[in-house]
Ligand binder design. Structure first.
Ligand SMILES: [Fe+2]
Length: 155
């Protein structure tokens, strides 16, 4: 049955993009937890807290994205093995705090690209519910990216 007035065949691309975003977010989340635990040195207190704030935001988005996919009557990807296979974002361990911040900025860039694709495919089929959800993430993560970039102290 067509529950929310969008044809199932037109939902396919958006649902696939949303599942990719979900997978990317899961790997991004784990990178943040890794850095939250393993950061050390003179920036410990600010970065330990910053990574926690970021993974808490990511955790909320992860659940909302999965439930949006379910709202479109598609199954969300739900295993770590599949996330790692589908995600563009890769796991990375490092002991260097600047490298951690650089990696998070580059992960965020992939999330932003993924979000823009979703806005395009969802907009094309008038799926305003998805557009509304993803738009709210986009400006927030762009701002986080700027803040991390400012922390690095480069222009
Ligand atoms: Fe903690």
């Amino acid at each position: 049955m067509n529950y929310i007035g969008i044809q199932p065949q037109t939902i396919e691309t958006t649902a696939k993009n949303l599942n990719r975003l979900l997978s990317n977010y899961q790997v991004y989340y784990q990178n943040l937890r890794n850095y939250h635990w393993n950061v050390s040195g003179e920036h410990f207190f600010d970065l330990h807290q910053q990574f926690e704030d970021l993974y808490n935001d990511a955790k909320i988005n992860i659940d909302e994205i999965a439930e949006r996919i379910l709202t479109l009557r598609v199954k969300p990807v739900s295993t770590l093995a599949e996330y790692l296979k589908i995600a563009d974002i890769k796991e990375k361990s490092t002991a260097d705090s600047r490298e951690m911040v650089l990696k998070i900025i580059s992960d965020q860039k992939l999330l932003i690209e993924n979000m823009r694709e979703i806005l395009k495919s969802a907009g094309a089929i008038n799926d305003e519910g998805t557009v509304d959800l993803i738009s709210s993430y986009l400006s927030a993560i762009e701002k986080k990216s700027w803040m991390l970039d400012a922390w690095l102290g480069k222009s």
